[in-house]
Design a protein around this ligand. Structure first.
Ligand SMILES: [Fe+2]
Length: 406
Protein backbone atom coordinates (compact mmCIF):
# COMPACT_ATOMS: atom_id res chain seq x y z
CA UNK A 1 0.00 0.00 0.00
CA UNK A 2 1.37 3.44 -0.92
CA UNK A 3 1.48 6.31 1.55
CA UNK A 4 -1.24 8.03 -0.45
CA UNK A 5 -3.47 5.00 -0.11
CA UNK A 6 -2.74 4.69 3.60
CA UNK A 7 -3.94 8.25 4.11
CA UNK A 8 -7.10 7.43 2.19
CA UNK A 9 -7.65 4.29 4.25
CA UNK A 10 -7.10 6.09 7.53
CA UNK A 11 -9.47 8.89 6.69
CA UNK A 12 -12.08 6.35 5.63
CA UNK A 13 -11.75 4.35 8.83
CA UNK A 14 -11.80 7.41 11.05
CA UNK A 15 -15.10 8.41 9.48
CA UNK A 16 -16.48 4.92 9.90
CA UNK A 17 -16.08 5.24 13.65
CA UNK A 18 -19.37 7.06 13.55
CA UNK A 19 -22.42 5.18 12.39
CA UNK A 20 -24.30 5.97 9.22
CA UNK A 21 -27.96 5.54 8.54
CA UNK A 22 -28.94 4.94 4.99
CA UNK A 23 -31.67 2.68 3.79
CA UNK A 24 -33.17 2.93 7.25
CA UNK A 25 -30.42 0.96 8.97
CA UNK A 26 -27.68 2.19 11.23
CA UNK A 27 -24.36 0.49 10.57
CA UNK A 28 -21.62 0.94 13.11
CA UNK A 29 -17.91 0.56 12.59
CA UNK A 30 -17.73 -2.11 15.31
CA UNK A 31 -20.34 -4.21 13.55
CA UNK A 32 -18.62 -3.92 10.15
CA UNK A 33 -15.30 -5.28 11.31
CA UNK A 34 -16.83 -7.87 13.67
CA UNK A 35 -18.75 -9.36 10.75
CA UNK A 36 -15.66 -9.77 8.59
CA UNK A 37 -13.69 -11.34 11.47
CA UNK A 38 -16.40 -13.90 12.23
CA UNK A 39 -16.62 -15.12 8.68
CA UNK A 40 -12.93 -15.71 8.01
CA UNK A 41 -11.95 -19.34 8.44
CA UNK A 42 -8.34 -20.18 7.68
CA UNK A 43 -7.47 -18.68 4.35
CA UNK A 44 -10.95 -19.25 2.93
CA UNK A 45 -13.26 -16.32 3.53
CA UNK A 46 -15.37 -13.52 2.17
CA UNK A 47 -13.27 -10.85 0.47
CA UNK A 48 -16.20 -8.45 0.30
CA UNK A 49 -19.96 -8.46 0.52
CA UNK A 50 -22.77 -8.94 0.56
CA UNK A 51 -23.67 -5.92 -1.57
CA UNK A 52 -27.08 -5.39 -3.15
CA UNK A 53 -27.94 -4.30 -6.67
CA UNK A 54 -31.33 -4.20 -8.33
CA UNK A 55 -33.47 -3.23 -11.28
CA UNK A 56 -36.51 -3.32 -8.95
CA UNK A 57 -39.60 -5.27 -10.21
CA UNK A 58 -39.64 -7.27 -6.96
CA UNK A 59 -36.19 -8.70 -7.39
CA UNK A 60 -32.84 -8.00 -5.81
CA UNK A 61 -29.36 -9.32 -6.53
CA UNK A 62 -26.97 -10.20 -3.72
CA UNK A 63 -23.29 -10.18 -4.66
CA UNK A 64 -20.09 -11.17 -2.88
CA UNK A 65 -16.59 -12.45 -3.51
CA UNK A 66 -14.84 -15.33 -1.81
CA UNK A 67 -11.08 -15.85 -1.56
CA UNK A 68 -11.25 -19.29 -3.21
CA UNK A 69 -13.62 -21.12 -5.52
CA UNK A 70 -16.78 -22.21 -3.79
CA UNK A 71 -20.36 -23.37 -4.13
CA UNK A 72 -22.52 -20.55 -2.81
CA UNK A 73 -26.10 -19.70 -1.99
CA UNK A 74 -28.30 -17.24 -0.10
CA UNK A 75 -30.53 -18.22 2.79
CA UNK A 76 -33.42 -15.81 3.29
CA UNK A 77 -36.85 -15.32 4.78
CA UNK A 78 -39.18 -12.74 6.27
CA UNK A 79 -38.01 -13.44 9.80
CA UNK A 80 -34.37 -13.44 10.98
CA UNK A 81 -35.16 -16.52 13.07
CA UNK A 82 -36.40 -18.50 10.10
CA UNK A 83 -34.37 -18.19 6.89
CA UNK A 84 -36.48 -20.87 5.26
CA UNK A 85 -35.71 -20.13 1.61
CA UNK A 86 -32.59 -20.78 -0.41
CA UNK A 87 -31.47 -19.20 -3.70
CA UNK A 88 -28.59 -20.07 -6.03
CA UNK A 89 -26.97 -18.20 -8.86
CA UNK A 90 -28.40 -18.71 -12.32
CA UNK A 91 -27.49 -22.04 -13.84
CA UNK A 92 -25.86 -22.07 -17.25
CA UNK A 93 -26.12 -25.13 -19.49
CA UNK A 94 -27.36 -27.09 -16.49
CA UNK A 95 -24.48 -26.13 -14.25
CA UNK A 96 -24.93 -24.12 -11.08
CA UNK A 97 -22.23 -21.46 -10.71
CA UNK A 98 -19.14 -22.49 -8.76
CA UNK A 99 -16.52 -19.79 -8.47
CA UNK A 100 -15.39 -16.78 -6.47
CA UNK A 101 -17.64 -13.98 -7.72
CA UNK A 102 -21.27 -14.48 -6.81
CA UNK A 103 -24.44 -12.79 -8.02
CA UNK A 104 -27.63 -14.40 -6.76
CA UNK A 105 -30.96 -12.81 -7.65
CA UNK A 106 -33.98 -13.21 -5.40
CA UNK A 107 -37.17 -12.93 -7.42
CA UNK A 108 -40.92 -12.68 -6.85
CA UNK A 109 -40.44 -10.78 -3.61
CA UNK A 110 -43.44 -9.17 -1.92
CA UNK A 111 -43.69 -5.37 -2.39
CA UNK A 112 -42.68 -3.37 0.66
CA UNK A 113 -41.72 -6.46 2.66
CA UNK A 114 -38.59 -6.70 4.80
CA UNK A 115 -36.39 -9.71 4.06
CA UNK A 116 -33.57 -11.09 6.16
CA UNK A 117 -30.71 -12.96 4.55
CA UNK A 118 -27.24 -14.34 4.88
CA UNK A 119 -24.69 -15.52 2.35
CA UNK A 120 -23.16 -18.98 2.51
CA UNK A 121 -20.09 -20.30 0.67
CA UNK A 122 -18.64 -23.80 0.78
CA UNK A 123 -15.06 -24.08 -0.41
CA UNK A 124 -14.38 -26.42 -3.32
CA UNK A 125 -11.08 -27.67 -1.93
CA UNK A 126 -10.45 -30.40 -4.49
CA UNK A 127 -12.31 -30.58 -7.80
CA UNK A 128 -11.71 -33.99 -9.39
CA UNK A 129 -13.80 -35.18 -12.36
CA UNK A 130 -15.64 -37.77 -10.28
CA UNK A 131 -15.01 -36.57 -6.75
CA UNK A 132 -15.55 -33.04 -5.51
CA UNK A 133 -14.26 -32.41 -2.01
CA UNK A 134 -15.69 -29.56 -0.01
CA UNK A 135 -13.70 -27.59 2.53
CA UNK A 136 -15.00 -25.06 5.04
CA UNK A 137 -18.53 -23.70 4.89
CA UNK A 138 -18.74 -20.05 5.91
CA UNK A 139 -21.81 -17.94 6.66
CA UNK A 140 -22.17 -14.19 7.03
CA UNK A 141 -24.15 -12.44 9.72
CA UNK A 142 -27.83 -11.93 8.98
CA UNK A 143 -28.68 -8.67 7.21
CA UNK A 144 -31.96 -7.25 5.93
CA UNK A 145 -33.40 -5.14 3.16
CA UNK A 146 -36.81 -3.83 2.22
CA UNK A 147 -38.05 -4.94 -1.19
CA UNK A 148 -39.08 -1.59 -2.69
CA UNK A 149 -42.72 -1.34 -3.67
CA UNK A 150 -42.48 -0.24 -7.31
CA UNK A 151 -45.91 1.42 -7.11
CA UNK A 152 -44.96 3.70 -4.22
CA UNK A 153 -45.91 7.38 -4.43
CA UNK A 154 -42.53 8.93 -3.80
CA UNK A 155 -38.99 7.89 -4.67
CA UNK A 156 -35.60 9.29 -3.73
CA UNK A 157 -31.98 8.53 -4.43
CA UNK A 158 -28.54 10.07 -4.28
CA UNK A 159 -26.02 10.11 -7.12
CA UNK A 160 -22.24 10.19 -7.09
CA UNK A 161 -20.00 10.48 -10.15
CA UNK A 162 -16.34 10.92 -11.06
CA UNK A 163 -14.94 9.52 -7.83
CA UNK A 164 -11.73 8.59 -9.71
CA UNK A 165 -10.20 6.09 -7.30
CA UNK A 166 -10.78 8.27 -4.23
CA UNK A 167 -12.95 6.02 -2.06
CA UNK A 168 -12.80 8.52 0.80
CA UNK A 169 -15.03 10.72 -1.40
CA UNK A 170 -17.75 8.06 -1.30
CA UNK A 171 -17.54 8.11 2.50
CA UNK A 172 -17.44 11.91 2.66
CA UNK A 173 -20.30 12.52 0.25
CA UNK A 174 -22.60 9.92 1.78
CA UNK A 175 -22.04 11.49 5.19
CA UNK A 176 -23.83 14.57 3.84
CA UNK A 177 -26.94 12.44 3.40
CA UNK A 178 -26.54 10.60 6.70
CA UNK A 179 -29.80 9.54 8.31
CA UNK A 180 -31.89 9.72 5.14
CA UNK A 181 -33.79 6.75 3.81
CA UNK A 182 -33.08 6.30 0.06
CA UNK A 183 -34.43 3.80 -2.45
CA UNK A 184 -31.03 3.40 -4.07
CA UNK A 185 -27.65 4.98 -4.61
CA UNK A 186 -26.59 5.70 -8.18
CA UNK A 187 -22.99 5.73 -9.43
CA UNK A 188 -22.81 7.70 -12.67
CA UNK A 189 -19.45 6.56 -14.02
CA UNK A 190 -15.73 7.24 -13.60
CA UNK A 191 -15.57 5.69 -10.17
CA UNK A 192 -12.06 4.58 -11.22
CA UNK A 193 -9.27 6.18 -13.30
CA UNK A 194 -8.76 2.98 -15.26
CA UNK A 195 -9.14 -0.71 -14.44
CA UNK A 196 -6.14 -2.53 -13.02
CA UNK A 197 -7.32 -5.57 -11.08
CA UNK A 198 -9.90 -7.00 -8.68
CA UNK A 199 -8.26 -5.44 -5.62
CA UNK A 200 -8.86 -1.96 -7.00
CA UNK A 201 -12.58 -2.66 -7.52
CA UNK A 202 -12.84 -4.15 -4.03
CA UNK A 203 -10.84 -1.52 -2.13
CA UNK A 204 -11.98 1.58 -4.00
CA UNK A 205 -15.66 0.80 -4.38
CA UNK A 206 -17.06 -2.48 -3.10
CA UNK A 207 -15.66 -2.29 0.43
CA UNK A 208 -16.74 1.28 1.14
CA UNK A 209 -20.24 0.77 -0.30
CA UNK A 210 -20.71 -2.54 1.48
CA UNK A 211 -19.58 -1.08 4.79
CA UNK A 212 -21.68 2.08 4.41
CA UNK A 213 -25.01 0.98 2.97
CA UNK A 214 -25.06 -1.77 0.34
CA UNK A 215 -25.91 -4.67 2.65
CA UNK A 216 -29.34 -3.09 3.04
CA UNK A 217 -29.77 -0.51 0.25
CA UNK A 218 -29.08 -1.40 -3.39
CA UNK A 219 -26.88 0.59 -5.70
CA UNK A 220 -27.05 0.98 -9.46
CA UNK A 221 -23.97 1.71 -11.54
CA UNK A 222 -23.32 2.78 -15.08
CA UNK A 223 -19.87 2.83 -16.57
CA UNK A 224 -18.12 6.08 -17.48
CA UNK A 225 -15.41 6.52 -20.09
CA UNK A 226 -12.63 5.77 -17.58
CA UNK A 227 -13.99 2.31 -16.72
CA UNK A 228 -13.36 1.33 -20.33
CA UNK A 229 -9.59 1.77 -19.89
CA UNK A 230 -6.84 -0.41 -18.52
CA UNK A 231 -5.94 -4.08 -18.63
CA UNK A 232 -8.89 -5.10 -16.40
CA UNK A 233 -11.60 -3.16 -18.29
CA UNK A 234 -12.87 -6.46 -19.70
CA UNK A 235 -13.17 -7.91 -16.19
CA UNK A 236 -15.08 -5.20 -14.33
CA UNK A 237 -18.57 -6.26 -15.45
CA UNK A 238 -18.17 -9.58 -13.58
CA UNK A 239 -18.35 -7.78 -10.24
CA UNK A 240 -21.71 -6.11 -10.83
CA UNK A 241 -25.23 -7.11 -11.73
CA UNK A 242 -25.03 -4.56 -14.55
CA UNK A 243 -22.81 -1.64 -15.57
CA UNK A 244 -24.38 -0.96 -18.96
CA UNK A 245 -27.67 0.46 -20.19
CA UNK A 246 -30.91 -0.28 -18.38
CA UNK A 247 -34.43 0.98 -17.86
CA UNK A 248 -36.81 0.46 -14.97
CA UNK A 249 -39.94 1.95 -13.48
CA UNK A 250 -40.10 3.03 -9.87
CA UNK A 251 -42.90 5.03 -8.31
CA UNK A 252 -43.83 7.99 -10.53
CA UNK A 253 -40.64 7.73 -12.59
CA UNK A 254 -39.20 5.85 -15.52
CA UNK A 255 -35.44 5.64 -15.24
CA UNK A 256 -33.37 5.25 -18.38
CA UNK A 257 -29.64 4.58 -18.08
CA UNK A 258 -27.35 4.99 -21.11
CA UNK A 259 -23.74 3.79 -21.35
CA UNK A 260 -22.00 6.60 -23.24
CA UNK A 261 -18.68 4.83 -23.87
CA UNK A 262 -15.31 6.47 -24.49
CA UNK A 263 -14.59 10.14 -25.17
CA UNK A 264 -12.00 9.82 -27.96
CA UNK A 265 -12.17 8.41 -31.48
CA UNK A 266 -12.01 4.62 -31.66
CA UNK A 267 -8.91 5.06 -33.83
CA UNK A 268 -7.04 7.06 -31.15
CA UNK A 269 -3.62 5.46 -30.50
CA UNK A 270 -4.30 5.02 -26.74
CA UNK A 271 -7.00 2.46 -27.57
CA UNK A 272 -4.60 0.42 -29.72
CA UNK A 273 -7.32 -0.64 -32.15
CA UNK A 274 -9.26 -2.74 -29.62
CA UNK A 275 -12.33 -0.60 -28.92
CA UNK A 276 -15.58 -0.22 -30.87
CA UNK A 277 -17.50 2.59 -29.17
CA UNK A 278 -19.03 4.25 -32.23
CA UNK A 279 -20.88 1.06 -33.00
CA UNK A 280 -21.69 0.57 -29.32
CA UNK A 281 -23.23 4.06 -29.00
CA UNK A 282 -25.26 3.45 -32.16
CA UNK A 283 -26.63 0.30 -30.54
CA UNK A 284 -27.46 2.31 -27.41
CA UNK A 285 -29.33 4.82 -29.56
CA UNK A 286 -31.34 2.03 -31.23
CA UNK A 287 -32.26 0.71 -27.81
CA UNK A 288 -33.21 4.24 -26.63
CA UNK A 289 -35.39 4.69 -29.71
CA UNK A 290 -37.33 1.58 -28.69
CA UNK A 291 -37.43 2.58 -25.03
CA UNK A 292 -39.11 5.95 -25.69
CA UNK A 293 -41.91 4.09 -27.50
CA UNK A 294 -42.64 1.81 -24.55
CA UNK A 295 -45.84 2.35 -22.56
CA UNK A 296 -43.85 2.34 -19.29
CA UNK A 297 -41.85 5.28 -20.60
CA UNK A 298 -44.73 7.18 -22.16
CA UNK A 299 -47.04 6.77 -19.19
CA UNK A 300 -44.54 7.70 -16.47
CA UNK A 301 -45.16 10.95 -14.60
CA UNK A 302 -41.42 11.70 -14.86
CA UNK A 303 -38.77 10.47 -17.30
CA UNK A 304 -35.27 10.58 -15.88
CA UNK A 305 -32.16 9.81 -17.92
CA UNK A 306 -28.81 8.97 -16.32
CA UNK A 307 -25.69 8.96 -18.51
CA UNK A 308 -22.06 9.68 -17.69
CA UNK A 309 -21.19 11.90 -20.67
CA UNK A 310 -23.95 14.52 -20.90
CA UNK A 311 -25.81 14.81 -24.21
CA UNK A 312 -24.43 18.39 -24.51
CA UNK A 313 -22.10 20.81 -22.71
CA UNK A 314 -19.02 18.64 -22.27
CA UNK A 315 -16.73 19.92 -25.02
CA UNK A 316 -16.00 19.02 -28.61
CA UNK A 317 -14.22 15.70 -28.26
CA UNK A 318 -15.49 12.89 -30.43
CA UNK A 319 -17.43 10.97 -27.73
CA UNK A 320 -19.41 13.97 -26.43
CA UNK A 321 -20.29 15.22 -29.94
CA UNK A 322 -21.33 11.70 -30.98
CA UNK A 323 -23.55 11.57 -27.86
CA UNK A 324 -25.18 14.87 -28.90
CA UNK A 325 -25.71 13.67 -32.45
CA UNK A 326 -27.18 10.30 -31.47
CA UNK A 327 -29.00 10.90 -28.20
CA UNK A 328 -30.20 14.53 -28.17
CA UNK A 329 -32.85 14.11 -30.92
CA UNK A 330 -34.23 11.01 -29.16
CA UNK A 331 -34.24 12.65 -25.72
CA UNK A 332 -36.11 15.63 -27.19
CA UNK A 333 -38.51 13.37 -29.06
CA UNK A 334 -39.16 11.33 -25.89
CA UNK A 335 -39.80 14.53 -23.91
CA UNK A 336 -37.55 13.49 -21.08
CA UNK A 337 -37.89 15.56 -17.92
CA UNK A 338 -34.26 15.67 -16.87
CA UNK A 339 -30.80 14.27 -17.62
CA UNK A 340 -28.28 13.63 -14.84
CA UNK A 341 -24.63 13.33 -15.88
CA UNK A 342 -21.01 13.77 -14.83
CA UNK A 343 -17.80 13.72 -16.88
CA UNK A 344 -16.84 17.43 -16.93
CA UNK A 345 -15.79 17.50 -13.25
CA UNK A 346 -17.49 20.92 -12.96
CA UNK A 347 -20.92 20.84 -11.39
CA UNK A 348 -23.46 22.79 -13.37
CA UNK A 349 -27.19 23.17 -13.90
CA UNK A 350 -28.06 23.69 -17.56
CA UNK A 351 -31.63 24.84 -18.11
CA UNK A 352 -33.53 23.72 -21.23
CA UNK A 353 -32.27 25.60 -24.29
CA UNK A 354 -34.46 26.47 -27.25
CA UNK A 355 -33.59 24.38 -30.30
CA UNK A 356 -31.01 22.31 -28.41
CA UNK A 357 -31.86 20.34 -25.28
CA UNK A 358 -35.55 20.63 -24.40
CA UNK A 359 -34.81 19.27 -20.91
CA UNK A 360 -32.50 20.41 -18.10
CA UNK A 361 -29.08 18.76 -17.86
CA UNK A 362 -27.63 18.51 -14.36
CA UNK A 363 -23.91 17.72 -14.22
CA UNK A 364 -22.44 16.48 -10.95
CA UNK A 365 -18.92 17.60 -10.05
CA UNK A 366 -15.77 15.69 -9.19
CA UNK A 367 -13.33 14.50 -8.21
CA UNK A 368 -11.27 16.98 -6.17
CA UNK A 369 -12.24 18.47 -2.83
CA UNK A 370 -14.40 21.51 -3.42
CA UNK A 371 -15.52 20.21 -6.82
CA UNK A 372 -17.16 16.92 -5.88
CA UNK A 373 -20.91 16.80 -5.35
CA UNK A 374 -23.62 14.60 -4.02
CA UNK A 375 -26.73 14.87 -6.18
CA UNK A 376 -29.95 14.37 -4.26
CA UNK A 377 -33.12 13.55 -6.20
CA UNK A 378 -36.60 13.44 -4.70
CA UNK A 379 -39.63 12.63 -6.81
CA UNK A 380 -43.30 12.57 -5.87
CA UNK A 381 -46.48 12.66 -7.92
CA UNK A 382 -46.21 16.41 -8.52
CA UNK A 383 -42.55 17.35 -8.61
CA UNK A 384 -39.05 16.16 -9.29
CA UNK A 385 -36.47 18.03 -7.24
CA UNK A 386 -32.73 17.84 -7.81
CA UNK A 387 -30.19 19.35 -5.46
CA UNK A 388 -26.46 19.49 -6.04
CA UNK A 389 -24.67 19.47 -2.69
CA UNK A 390 -21.04 20.49 -2.50
CA UNK A 391 -18.65 18.62 -0.25
CA UNK A 392 -19.35 21.04 2.61
CA UNK A 393 -22.96 19.88 2.39
CA UNK A 394 -24.16 23.28 1.14
CA UNK A 395 -26.44 23.44 -1.90
CA UNK A 396 -24.53 24.56 -4.99
CA UNK A 397 -27.29 24.06 -7.54
CA UNK A 398 -30.88 22.94 -7.82
CA UNK A 399 -33.64 22.36 -10.32
CA UNK A 400 -37.31 21.52 -9.94
CA UNK A 401 -39.47 19.98 -12.64
CA UNK A 402 -43.23 20.07 -12.26
CA UNK A 403 -45.27 17.21 -13.60
CA UNK A 404 -46.24 17.92 -17.17
CA UNK A 405 -49.85 18.68 -18.00
CA UNK A 406 -51.69 15.85 -19.69
FE1 LIG B 1 -14.33 11.73 -14.87
Amino acid sequence: MTIKNEVKENSRRSFLKSSLLIGGLAISNKKIFAASMDTQVGDFGFIVGPYLQTSFSNSISILWITSKEAASWVEFGVSPENLDQKAYGESSLGLKPAGRINCITLENLAPGKTYHYRIVSKELSDFQPYKVTYGQEIKSDIFSFINTDSSKDAVSFVMMNDIHDRPESIVHLLKIDQGKDRDFVFFNGDIFDYQTDEKQIVDHMLKPVTELFAKSTPFIYVRGNHETRGKFARGIADYFQNIGHAAFSLGPARFVIIDTGEDKEDTHPVYAGIVDFDHYREQQAKWLEQEIQRDEFKNAAFRIVLMHIPPRYSGNAHGPTHCTELFEPLLNQGKVDIVLSGHTHHYKVHAPAEGLNSYPIIIGGGSRDGQRTLTRVEIDQKQLKVQLLGDSGAEVGQYTVNRRKL
